[in-house]
Ligand binder design. Structure first.
Ligand code: NAI
Length: 265
């Protein structure tokens, strides 16, 4: 962890219950770890059950503080069960981080409809379903914070990841629409998006339809980002933590871009 960035560990989300999807790896894992360090009780959800369980146990052996929940975000029945489980264990939910995602690249003219749909299903349907099924429980507790992990591709597009860019654009718009709806209802729920640039995580070893330079995150980011390096998962997690905490109580519907200056224009 980057103790040199923030050297005073505190209680920025003390007492809150947080659910993080895609938490077995990369950005989601960094978010879960940071929120635990800052006092939250955390539910890690993922489809990689072995890794997820291991990650949860590494954060705490006490299941009343941290536990792993198998959850395919693209499945509505999984979401219904997941929220029921959170309700049973904690009786409330304060923070939802919709982070799970995957990437398929390649030329749009060659893109199979099935692959297009798989992208939308995990990256966009997954966020919609998370919001839909978590909102009632968050509202029962008097409000909370939803953070959706989009991407800078939502703003500028990616020539390599076309369907991914479209899905992440959807996440960004959905965030703003739901933020307005919640604000209009006065339900105490804030909804924001984080747009990472190139972050050094295992996602690059899992990408489909691309090869070579396109997956060399370090080289690409070092070449393109004004700050001259690839981002680390913790760089994104600090932004998610801010939006999740009460420090951001007057912040809703925003894009928080964390990209080393990649899309400055
Ligand atoms: P990662 O591959 O390390 O982590 C993604 C996690 O999501 C994995 O643990 C994976 O098992 C899980 N996942 C995939 N499909 C799932 C499903 N259907 N249900 C539940 N979990 C599922 O990748 P990373 O980089 O940490 O990605 C996290 C988020 O950040 C993703 O939404 C990604 O699109 C986004 N992002 C990442 C960037 C990067 O450069 N690494 C840049 C911009 C956005």
């Amino acid at each position: 962890m980057h103790e040199d960035v923030v050297d005073v560990k505190g209680a920025r989300v003390e007492g809150k219950i947080a659910l993080v999807t895609g938490a077995a790896s990369g950005i989601g894992l960094a978010c879960a770890r940071l929120m635990r360090e800052e006092g939250a009780r955390v539910i890690l959800a993922d489809v990689q059950d072995g890794l997820g369980r291991q990650a949860a146990q590494a954060l705490s052996n006490d299941e009343s503080e941290v536990f792993y929940l198998p959850l395919d975000v693209s499945r509505e029945d999984h979401w219904m069960q997941a929220v029921q489980e959170v309700r049973k264990r904690f009786g409330r939910l304060d923070i939802l981080v919709n982070n799970a995602g995957m990437g398929i690249g390649g030329p749009v003219a060659d893109l199979a409809l099935e692959d297009w749909r798989r992208q939308q299903s995990v990256n966009l349907d997954g966020v919609f379903l998370g919001i839909k099924h978590s909102l009632p429980l968050i509202r029962e507790g008097g409000g909370g914070s939803i953070v959706n992990v989009s991407s800078v591709t939502a703003k500028v597009g990616s020539s390599v990841f076309v369907s991914y860019s479209a899905a992440k654009g959807g996440v960004r718009s959905l965030t703003k629409a739901v933020a307005k709806q919640c604000a209009a209802l006065g339900d105490g729920v804030r909804v924001n998006a984080v747009l990472p640039g190139v972050i050094d995580t295992p996602i690059f070893s899992r990408l489909e339809g691309v090869s070579g330079d396109a997956v060399d995150a370090r080289a690409t980011a070092a070449r393109l980002a004004p700050l001259g390096r690839v981002g680390q998962p913790e760089d994104v997690a600090y932004g998610v933590l801010y939006l999740a905490s009460d420090e951001a109580r007057y912040v809703t519907g925003i894009d928080l871009i964390i990209d080393g200056g990649l899309v400055i224009r």
